[in-house]
Design a protein around this ligand. Sequence first.
Ligand code: DAH
Length: 339
Amino acid sequence: MKEQLQSIADEALSMLEKVQDMKSLEEIRVTFLGKKGKLTAILKGMGALSKEERPIVGQMANDVRKRLEEAIQNAKTKLIKKERAEKISREVIDVTMPGTFIPRGKKHPLTLVLDEIKEVFLGMGYEIAEGPEVELDYYNFEALNTPKNHPARDAQDTFYINENVVLRTQTSPVQVRVMEKKKPPIKIICPGRVYRSDQVDATHSPIFHQVEGLVVDKGITMGDLIGTLQVFARSLFGEDTKIRLRPHHFPFTEPSAEVDVSCWECGGKGCRICKNEGWIEILGAGMVHPYVLEVCDIDPAVYSGFAFGLGVERTAMARFNINDLRLLFENDIRFLKQF
Ligand code: DAH
């Protein structure tokens, strides 16, 4: 039995010396020290020994168990250290390696202009409002005093989803949506995409952007409109910019005007940019029509307001001297890089 114990100890220790992973280590433990293990079998067989031999062999078996347990613990510690070292070397990062180059983007000219416009109006205390691009005929036309027989409703100008739903042709419907919900004082701008059934050319696109403005309060006059547009034109086109209002017709404003700014290139003398006019048209505006106020349950005898709508593409083309609207939508990097 002593020899048996000795050979079990030798065998286990030599296996433990070579063990490479936790799983095999556990297998070794079970093989020798487990319930059905080799050492356990010996202890169980001790009943057959003589009284004299029993304590000696028992002592020896205990010694062997202790040695094995220690050896297993040592092997385990070694394996953990080894695994950790391997993990660290696997995950090592060379901070001196060159990084991956990420090209830096820039803002689209339309976004640049839109940001400038927003900044001017936010600075004057306006809030930004939004409305749906797929819009009810009611908001896009009807409530804006544009009845069923109005030429702007022609299918040649408007994309119809069905009889009552259109792709909005202007940002003006947001005026009505805002006035329905909120009572004066109202001071909002509404930037957004609009759609018209136009062929693409140097000045037309079926999709473009507008910024709508609306101010409603007691005692708002045309003077407020002109002052506001002057501030806007100066911040976008330069301190010396003048504005000019030409009488016009919009169904939802009365009186209505088209608004020009003096040419930033020649200062009004006439040049190639302004086609010798000295002026460049940038927006439509007017005093909110009493019909529109009434539709929104705002009393036109108490409140008045002004509104304007400007084309973002047109403003960007003016601001950056771009001569073809298509350039703004083609996303040619060589073009976009310039701004
Ligand atoms: N919605 C008009 C258009 O698309 C622009 C416009 C004109 C908006 C006058 C207004 C306004 O709010 O008062 O042509």
